[in-house]
Design a protein. Structure first.
Length: 324
């Protein structure tokens, strides 16, 4: 068995999304930060913009914990989106300090900011993120989840109020689930990006490795299948990621993955394993199916559960688990 360096994901975008690469004439390229409080739909928006799932989603707050870069090339413009963790205003532990550091490191070093809020809603948590925005970087107000608003006219007074809070370059009421809204957002973003060469190959969708995406998908299934029972501090570590080339022509490559789910208490471990191991088996099965579709490979995956009490308060352990 030969272990290889995990490759980055480069998959053809969905057919419904905007058309891809045409390189005649000058090219544009730039960094676009996607910021907002937890659970406003940042990761769903990133996946829609890229045309492929690269950032995990769940109803549990604080699902995204890493800076995820999504790349999309449309005609002569390359958009490099950076999805950040939701800015944390509670639980001042080492993990959340790491997450907030990631957000702060992004918003000051991009060409454009997409400030994502739920359409018609603005609270203290939104305000904490808004305070981070630089006046020197143009920002678009993304009034997301518009599909949950009765009439677009209903949010007009709210939009006027938002303009008083920050000098947004533009307002973009939209739904990340609406393909026309997503295509319109591309056209709006393009004019804010400088003329310069692309940063990535035209078919590249993320700078994250397959190994990283595997750990994220395990964590997504973990949260989705445990709901609010399991504390958000649970995490996943990949112990083994090995690739075997196809045995014969026409067959798919084989990925062998072993991952450990880290929890803080024995009761959490029992919760993850489930009655007669049914829950952890389902987590593994759903992860395997999605990885096989995403990576066009045959996947074998083994999952283990270990208790590491207080890891989220231990800066050294937070770093050892892959958080900067």
């Amino acid at each position: 068995m030969k272990s290889q360096t995990p490759q980055t994901v480069a998959v053809a975008p969905d057919a419904e999304a905007p058309t891809v690469p045409k390189t005649d004439g000058p090219t544009r390229c730039g960094l676009i930060a996607i910021v907002g409080k937890p659970n406003v739909g940042k990761s769903t928006l990133l996946n829609a913009l890229v045309g492929q799932k690269i950032s995990i989603t769940s109803r549990k707050a604080q699902t995204t914990r890493h800076r995820i870069t999504g790349v999309r090339t449309v005609d002569s413009t390359q958009y490099v989106f950076v999805d950040t963790p939701g800015f944390q205003t509670r639980h001042g532990n080492a993990l959340n300090r790491s997450l907030n550091k990631s957000v702060l490191g992004v918003v000051k070093d991009v060409d454009l900011v997409l400030f994502v809020v739920e359409a018609g809603v603005f609270n203290q948590a939104d305000g904490k993120v808004l305070d981070l925005l630089s006046k020197d970087v143009p920002a678009l107000l993304i009034a997301n989840k518009l599909d949950q608003v009765g009439q677009r006219a209903d949010i007009a007074p709210w939009l006027q109020e938002m303009q008083q809070r920050h000098a947004f370059a533009e307002f973009v009421p939209m739904s990340g689930k609406n393909a026309k809204d997503v295509a319109r957002l591309f056209r709006i973003c393009e004019k804010y990006l400088p003329e310069q060469p692309w940063f990535h190959a035209q078919d590249e969708l993320t700078d994250r490795s397959e190994k990283f995406l595997a750990s994220e998908l395990v964590r997504e299934k973990l949260f989705r299948l445990t709901g609010d029972e399991l504390p958000y501090t649970s995490t996943v570590v990949i112990d083994k990621f090995e690739e075997e080339p196809p045995a014969r022509k026409g067959q798919k490559r084989l990925l062998r993955i072993a991952a450990t789910i880290i929890v803080e208490r024995d009761s959490h471990k029992a919760m993850v394993i489930g009655d007669k191991g049914e829950r952890i088996k389902r987590i593994g099965t759903e992860t395997r199916v999605e990885l096989e579709n995403l990576m066009d490979a045959k996947v074998f995956i083994e999952l283990w559960v270990k208790v590491r009490s207080g890891w989220a308060d231990d800066e050294a352990r937070v770093r050892s688990f892959g958080y900067d």
